[in-house]
Design a protein around this ligand. Sequence first.
Ligand code: NAP
Length: 309
Amino acid sequence: MGLNWAYGSGVSAPDEKGAIDLIRRAIDIGVTFFDTADMYGPFTNEEIVGKALAPRRNDVRIATKCGIVVHGERTSYDFQRDGTPQHIREACDGSLKRLQTDVIDLYQLHRVDPNVPVEESVGAMAELVREGKVRAIGLSEADVPTLERAARVHPITAVQSEYSLFERNVEAAILPWCEAHGVTLIAYSPLGRGMLTGRLKRTDIADGDFRATLPRYQGETFDQNRRIVERIEAVAQRAGATAAQVALAWLLHKTGSTIPIPGTKRIEYLEENAGAADVHLTQADIAELDGLPRPVGDRYPEAKPTSTA
Ligand SMILES: NC(=O)c1ccc[n+]([C@@H]2O[C@H](COP(=O)([O-])OP(=O)(O)OC[C@H]3O[C@@H](n4cnc5c(N)ncnc54)[C@H](OP(=O)(O)O)[C@@H]3O)[C@@H](O)[C@H]2O)c1
C-alpha cells in the first residue's frame, strides 16, 4: 500500500522502476506473498504489483481486495464501502487486468458493507471461485459473528486485521476463532504504520499522509506512543536485532497461524524486515513485549467510521 500511496507526501514514492525492483528483490530474498487492493492508489498499486510479478507469477501468491471505492483526490482519503455483488464482479475483472493474471490467489472483502448482507458479498466472491477467477476468499476487519455467517456461504481462508504490538484487539476473539477454524490471520500494519521501528518522527508525517488523519499519530499522542518503542528497542538490543525486526518476530513467535505483511518503499528496510524470520526471542523477551502498554488514541478517526487504508 505505502509503496505509492497513503504514506509520505504523495510524491516520495520510488519511481515505477524502483518499485518494480523492490518487489522483485523481495522475491529474490524469499518473499512469496504479496498483498494489495484496488483502492490503493486507487488502482495504481495493483498496476505496479502486476508489472513486477508478471514474469515471476508462478513463484508467488497474490492477494488483493475489493469493496471500498475512493472518491475525490487521492490524498483526501474519502472512502465508501460497496459490497454489492455487481461491484465485486466488476472489481474482480479490473484487478485481474491490472495484476496481469488470470487468477487471484486470495480475494478479500476489504470491509463489510453495512448496507449489504455479508452473505451476498461472499456469495458473489464464491461465484468468482467457481468461475476460476479467484482461488480463495478472505475478509478484512470482520468480527466473529460476521465471519461465522460468511463461512456458512463459502470457506474463509484468511482474515486480514491490524495486529502488532501497537494494536492487539484481535487477540480477544478473532485470533482464537482463526486458530480454532484453521484460518490464517494476515496481520496488517505489523510495524504500527512505522511507529514500532523507532525511526518514524512526527515531522515525517506530512500533509497528505494518511497517518495525519489517525488519532494515534497526532501531536502529543504521537509522543506518548513513541515511548512504547523505547521498550522494544531495549529488547532489540539484547536480541541483537532492530526494533522493526523484534516487532515482526514477536508476531511470528505468537502463533503459527499469523502472517505479518510489512510494507516499505526501500530495499534497505525490506531486507531488514525479512531478517526478522531469523530473530530468536526468549520467553522473557516475549513476556516483556506482551506486557507493553497499549497505545493512546483511537485507531481510526471517529468522524469517519468507514475510514480505512
Ligand atoms: N486490510 C486493511 O485494511 C489494511 C490496512 C492497512 C494496511 N494493509 C496492508 O498491510 C500492509 C502493511 O501495512 P502498512 O504499510 O500500513 O504498515 P507497516 O508495515 O506497519 O508500516 C509501514 C511503514 O513503516 C515503514 N517501515 C517499514 N519497514 C521499516 C523499517 N525496517 N525501518 C523503518 N521504517 C520502516 C515504512 O516506511 P517507507 O514507506 O518509507 O518504507 C512505512 O511508512 C500494506 O501494504 C497493506 O497491504 C491492509
